[in-house]
Ligand binder design. Structure first.
Ligand SMILES: [Cu+2]
Length: 158
């Protein structure tokens, strides 16, 4: 059986691509330490009001100046709370959930970005070194009011 040389070339190219992709996945998994979310907390999206954290979305001071928990609800088409304030240099642990559809959570100008999926509690920890006003936007298309879905994060001097 003979194989056309172009076909051979494409087979070789495909094999190289497979090896390249696996190497990239291997690099990010074992060298760069990327991780998929693990042991995500599940929550009944129809009953988030029964969870104290989401019945009263808020910023909670755990260790003054060092650790803050933010309990947030992302829904069509707003976030609660709409305005957050944390001091610079503190660890901010966001707990976010959605009662309706999938939303995004992106703090513009930073690498803080997560998906908020109904049925799960998204947990993401961040530290903001630069004081100022940051815009939080939804970057998962979530319906006709998607473009209005935003909140404000204030990072204070401390
Ligand atoms: Cu949204």
């Amino acid at each position: 059986m003979s194989i056309n040389r172009y076909e051979k070339a494409w087979l070789g190219f495909s094999a190289v691509m497979v090896v390249a992709f696996l190497s990239i996945i291997g690099y990010f998994s074992f060298v760069a330490g990327f991780q998929t979310p693990q042991e995500a907390e599940v929550i009944d999206p129809t009953r988030i009001e029964e969870d104290g954290r989401f019945a009263e979305p808020r910023v909670e001071e755990v260790i003054p100046g060092e650790l803050y928990n933010v309990y947030m609800v992302a829904r069509m088409w707003s976030y609660s709370p709409k305005e957050l304030s944390v001091p610079r240099g503190a660890y901010v642990k966001f707990y976010i959930t959605s009662p309706d559809v999938q939303h995004g959570f992106h703090v513009v100008g930073t690498n803080v970005q997560a998906n908020v999926i109904p049925g799960y509690v998204t947990v993401i920890t961040a530290k903001f070194e630069k004081p100022g006003e940051y815009l939080i936007v939804c970057n998962e298309y979530c319906g006709r009011g998607h473009q209005f879905m935003q909140a404000k994060l204030l990072v204070t001097e401390g």
